[in-house]
Design a protein around this ligand. Structure first.
Ligand code: BT5
Length: 283
């Protein structure tokens, strides 16, 4: 039986490993909440940039487009970071790439033996051994054409076991425990993510470019150089992923040799029996 550690102790432990000026300087830790993204959004106008909400369990964890994010009690990092960048709305999706890069660097550092098994699946997943271990959800509040706040949500599976995933997901998803057999320290990994996020986010604001995050995502890309099927509203065509563009777009070469950038939209990778990978763009 593990001793119960209080929320204050956990928060202090994270703080002890933090090397940030802003990100995580205030941490709100909750036992259970519908979604840390929803809660931080509700509190956004009262909190400063860098405020973080963490919880043990999400009862309504969300993915993109109304999808569910499985967030069982005590088994992962269910976290949201509040940002207030002075940027146009069109630039905000780049923050997802920064989040993915921050998680990747934190995992590489924490699990050096697994470093070459960690990959980034455009635009918002981090994979370990080709299975999803982390998902990122960036949401913004806009008034007029001004961004009032951005909430960056990170879900990272630490101690989930196969039974924790619903049927159908277990083949595609994983956790650090499943992959390593080890009980990684959650508070240290949390602090590492926040430390790396601040470095990459500051660089983005200073350079007006996510180049440092792109370097991480390119180096670890699960899709660059791969033949995929691009499926746009049922129109399927083969494509080869060439690169990530300067704002994190997916650059693909189509069969007629034309090169196009995919800025947004829903892209998902699927493994198929014969072709290896499939890239699906849903309406
Ligand atoms: C995501 O969406 O991957 C974004 C997930 C963001 C979760 C964090 S947790 C803290 C914060 N608060 C929230 O409410 N959300 C954020 P998407 O690309 O749409 O992927 C969702 C899909 O991933 C689901 O439909 C499942 O197939 C799969 N999935 C659900 N839970 C998972 C888990 N724990 N691990 C791996 N895959 C999962």
């Amino acid at each position: 039986v593990k001793p119960q550690i209080s929320f204050t102790d956990k928060t202090e432990k994270i703080t002890g490993y933090l090397q940030t000026e802003k990100i995580g300087q205030k941490i709100i830790m909750l036992a259970a909440i519908d979604s840390t993204n929803s809660e931080l959004r509700r509190r956004a106008s009262m909190e400063d940039e860098g405020t973080v909400i963490l919880c043990e369990q999400q009862t309504g964890g969300r993915g993109r487009m109304g999808r569910t994010w499985i967030s069982p009690k005590g088994k992962g990092i269910w976290m949201s970071i509040l940002l207030k960048p002075e940027l146009p709305p069109a630039d905000i999706p780049q923050i997802t790439i920064i989040g993915a890069a921050a998680v990747t660097v934190a995992l590489e550092k924490n699990e050096p033996d697994l470093a070459d098994k960690i990959s980034v699946k455009w635009p918002n997943d981090v994979l370990l051994n080709d299975r999803k271990i982390c998902g990122i959800l960036t949401e913004m509040q806009i008034r007029g054409n001004r961004v009032q706040s951005v909430v960056l949500g990170i879900g990272l599976n630490l101690y989930l076991e196969e039974d924790d995933f619903p049927q159908g997901l277990v083949e595609q998803a994983t956790s650090l425990l499943i992959e390593t057999g080890k009980h990684t320290d959650r508070e240290i990994v949390t602090a590492e993510i926040l430390n790396n996020f601040e470095i990459l986010y500051k660089s983005f604001i200073a350079k007006e470019s996510i180049e440092d995050s792109l370097e991480v995502c390119r180096r670890n890309s699960a899709v660059i150089g791969r033949k995929v099927i691009l499926d746009e509203h049922g129109l399927r065509q083969e494509a080869e992923v060439i690169d990530l563009g300067p704002k994190g777009e997916l650059v693909v070469r189509l069969q007629d040799e034309s090169v196009v950038s995919i800025v947004s939209g829903e892209i998902s990778l699927r493994r198929t029996a014969n072709s290896g990978m499939e890239l699906k763009k849903e309406p």
